[in-house]
Ligand binder design. Structure first.
Ligand code: AGP
Length: 609
C-alpha cells in the first residue's frame, strides 16, 4: 500500500520528506510526490516512478519550506503516472493532501462535486478528499476535515495542509496505519516508524477515528466531535542499523541470511529446559482459558497463511486441539459460526494487513479469544488482539517475506508446546526433548544457509524456465506453497505448490522435460511416499530438484539436484527446508535481472481490500 510522511518544524522539510519516502518505498513504488508550504503558497513536485526520480526532480526544482507532506504510491484507482501521483490539491490549489487507503464511494462523491462545479484533474479516488475539504464548513482545517470525512466510505491514513493555516498538518486515520513522530520543536506523521526513526524514537499510534493536529510546537489528538483524546507515546525498540542494507545487494538476501539470528530472537527468553515448557506471557491466556480451548482458528494471508498451515500440523500434533486455517479474505465474508472455546490466531508480519485485521475482528464477534502472531511492534493487529506472540525478527523490508515465515513457524511450534504442557497433554520428558530441539534450531538454520553456493548453481540452470511445480507432503506441503510463492513474487515465473500425492490428479499433465519440479522430501514418515512421487515425475521426463535431509538415501538416480538440509524433528523441518527455496527464488530472480526488493505490482503490507 502507499506510504505517507509529513514534517513540521524549524528545518527544511523536503530532505526530511525524501528520506522518509525512501524508507517507506517498500509499501508502494508506482509514483512519489511532495507538497511543501512556503510563505503564502504550497508547491508540489510529483512524478511516476521511484523516490530517487523525485529526488532528481527536487534537485533541479527545489521547494523551500519547513512544513510539508509526501507520498509513495501503490496504485489502486488510476494508472501509475505523473498526474495521478499524490499529493492531490483542490480547485484553488490551497489544500494539498496525501492518502493511503481507498475511498470506496469516490464515484458518487465525485459526481456530486463535479455537479457543484469542482474541476477534477486526476483518475484517483483520493482527489475527492481534497475537494470535499475545499467544500466543507469550518474555520480551522481540522474542523473542515472532520466535516469533509462524514460522507466518506472506505479506509484512509491521510495528511493535509491548507494555505490559510501555514505551519499546520492535519491527519486522519480509519483502517490504514498512521503514527505521529514526537520531536523537540518538530513533529512528524508517517505510515510506519521506519520513516521517522532517523529523527525520533518516540511515536504515537493513532486509532481508527482519530484526527491529529501537528505544528512545530506540539500535537493534539481529537475524536470526530473534536474532543481532545489521550494517546500513549511509545518508544521504538529497534534501531536504524536494522534498516540498513549492510554488505548485502538486496534486503531479501540480507533477511534470508539473518535467519540464524532471527530464529534465535524469536526463541529468546521463551524456553524453559528444566520444565520442558515454553514461556509465552504475552498471550494473556490463563491456565483455565488454555484448558477451555476446543478449537483453534487461524486467519492470515499470503506467506503468513502458509505459516498457519504449518502451524496446524504443529498445534494438532502437540496439543491435540483441532485447527482450522482460513484465508482471512474469505473468512471475513463467510458466515462466521459461533463455536464455543475457539482461540482465534491472526498471523501477520506487518500487523496491518486489512483482510487479516477484519478477520480478527469478525472472529472476535463470534466470541472467540483473539491472539496475534505479529512482527511489527505496536501495529494495529498487535494492539487490537487480546494477547500475542511478537516474532522479534526485526524490520522486514524485502517485499517477499522470508525471515518472518521461519519465525512465524517457530512461534507456532512454541505455542504448540505451551498449550500441550499447559493442558497436561504432554509429559515433561517430551517437553524437554522438544525444548532441546528448539535450542538446536539456530545452528541448524546456520548450516542450511551454507547451501547458498549450491543453490546459486542450481538457480543458474533454471533461470530461463517459464513454469515450475513444487511438491511436498504433510508439514512440508505448505513449504511447497511457500517456495512457489517466492518464485512467483520476485522472478515472475508461474509456479504452483501442490500436495505431492495430488499431482497424479491433474498437475502431472504439465510435466515434461521443460518443467522443473521441486520436491521437498526431508526425513519423516512420508519420505518414501515423496520418493514414489519423484519416480512418477521422473517417468514423465520431469527435471527434479530435491530438498532432502542429511543422512537420507542418495536420490541422484532420480533427481538433477539434491540439496540436503540438516536432519531434525519432522515438525521443525519447515524452518530448514524453506531456506534453500528462498535462496533458489532469490538467485533465479537475480539471474533474470528482476528488482528483487521491489517486485512489480506488489507491496509489503496490504492495508486495503
Ligand atoms: C509474502 O512474500 C508477501 N509479501 C505477502 O504474501 C504477505 O505474506 C501477505 O501480504 C501477508 O502479509 P502480513 O504477514 O504482513 O499480513
Amino acid at each position: 500500500m502507499c506510504g505517507i510522511v509529513g514534517y513540521v518544524g524549524p528545518r527544511q522539510a523536503a530532505p526530511i520528506l525524501l528520506e522518509g519516502l525512501a524508507r517507506l518505498e517498500y509499501r508502494g513504488y508506482d509514483s512519489a510526490g511532495v507538497a511543501v508550504q512556503n510563505g503564502g503558497g504550497v508547491e508540489t513536485r510529483k512524478l511516476a516512478g521511484r523516490v530517487e526520480g523525485l529526488a532528481d526532480l527536487l534537485s533541479r526544482e527545489p521547494v523551500l519550506g519547513t512544513c510539508g507532506i509526501a507520498h509513495t504510491r501503490w496504485a489502486t484507482h488510476g494508472p501509475p503516472n505523473d498526474v495521478n501521483a499524490h499529493p492531490h490539491i483542490d480547485c484553488g490549489g490551497e489544500i494539498a493532501l496525501v492518502h493511503n487507503g481507498i475511498v470506496e464511494n469516490a464515484d458518487v462523491l465525485r459526481t456530486r462535486l463535479e455537479r457543484d462545479g469542482h474541476r477534477f484533474t486526476t483518475e484517483t479516488d483520493t482527489e475527492v478528499l481534497a475537494h470535499l475539504i475545499e467544500d466543507a464548513e469550518g474555520v480551522t482545517l481540522e474542523e473542515r476535515l472532520i466535516a469533509a470525512l462524514v460522507p466518506v466510505e472506505g479506509t484512509y491514513g491521510l495528511a493535509v495542509t491548507w494555505k490559510a493555516e501555514p505551519g499546520k498538518i492535519v491527519v486522519a486515520r480509519r483502517g490504514s496505519p498512521v503514527l505521529l513522530g514526537v520531536g523537540d520543536g518538530e513533529h512528524f506523521v508517517a505510515s510506519d516508524a521506519s520513516a521517522v526513526m532517523g529523527h525520533t524514537r518516540s511515536v504515537v499510534y493513532l486509532k481508527d477515528g482519530d484526527i491529529a493536529v501537528l505544528t512545530a510546537d506540539g500535537y493534539r489528538v481529537l475524536d470526530r466531535d473534536a474532543v481532545e483524546q489521550e494517546r500513549a507515546v511509545d518508544d521504538i525498540e529497534w534501531d536504524l542499523e536494522a534498516l540498513a542494507l549492510g554488505p548485502y545487494p538486496h534486503f531479501m538476501l540480507k533477511e534470508i541470511c539473518e535467519q540464524t539470528e532471527t530464529v534465535r530472537n524469536t526463541l529468546r527468553g521463551r524456553l524453559l529446559p528444566a520444565e520442558g515448557f515454553a514461556r509465552l506471557n504475552g498471550l494473556n491466556l490463563s491456565p483455565g482459558q488454555c484448558m477451555r480451548i476446543q478449537r483453534i482458528l487461524i486467519v492470515a494471508c499470503g506467506t503468513s497463511w502458509h505459516a498457519g498451515l504449518v502451524g496446524r500440523h504443529a498445534l494438532e500434533e502437540l496439543s491435540g486441539i483441532p485447527v482450522d486455517v482460513e484465508y482471512a479474505s474469505e473468512y471475513r465474508y463467510r458466515r462466521q459460526l459461533r463455536i464455543p472455546g475457539t482461540l482465534a490466531i491472526a498471523i501477520s508480519q506487518s500487523g496491518e494487513t486489512a483482510d487479516t485485521l477484519e478477520a480478527l475482528r469478525a472472529a472476535r464477534g463470534t466470541g472467540a479469544n483473539v491472539v496475534g502472531v505479529v512482527n511489527v511492534v505496536g501495529s494495529t493487529i498487535a494492539r487490537e488482539a487480546d494477547g500475542g506472540i511478537y516474532l522479534h525478527a526485526g524490520p522486514e523490508i524485502g517485499v517477499a517475506s522470508t525471515k518472518a515465515f521461519t519465525s512465524q513457524v517457530v512461534a507456532l511450534l512454541l505455542l504448540g508446546l505451551y498449550l500441550a504442557r499447559q493442558r497436561g497433554q504432554m509429559a515433561v520428558d517430551e517437553g524437554r526433548r522438544l525444548v532441546a530441539e528448539f535450542e538446536r534450531l539456530p545452528d541448524l538454520v546456520a548450516r542450511a544457509l551454507q547451501l547458498e553456493p549450491q543453490v546459486k548453481e542450481v538457480a543458474a540452470a533454471y533461470a530461463g524456465v517459464g513454469n515450475a511445480l513444487y511438491l511436498g507432503r504433510g508439514v512440508n506441503y505448505p513449504v511447497a506453497l511457500e517456495g512457489a510463492l517466492k518464485l512467483k513474487e520476485i522472478s515472475y515465473i508461474h509456479a504452483e505448490g501442490y500436495p505431492a500425492a495430488e499431482m497424479k490428479h491433474g498437475p502431472i499433465a504439465l510435466i515434461d522435460e521443460n518443467m522443473p519440479v521441486v520436491c521437498i522430501a526431508p526425513q519423516d514418515h512420508v519420505y518414501p511416499k515423496v520418493v514414489s512421487n519423484m519416480q512418477e515425475v521422473r517417468a514423465r521426463g520431469g527435471r527434479i530438484i530435491a530438498i532432502t535431509s542429511e543422512g537420507n538415501g542418495d536420490l541422484s538416480h532420480l533427481v538433477e539436484h539434491q540439496l540436503r538440509v540438516p536432519a531434525c524433528d519432522p515438525l521443525f523441518s519447515p524452518v530448514l527446508t524453506v531456506i534453500p527455496l528462498q535462496l533458489l527464488a532469490y538467485h533465479i530472480a537475480v539471474a533474470r535481472g528482476c528488482d528483487v526488493d521491489r517486485p512489480r505490482n506488489l507491496a509489503k503490507s496490504v492495508t486495503v481490500e
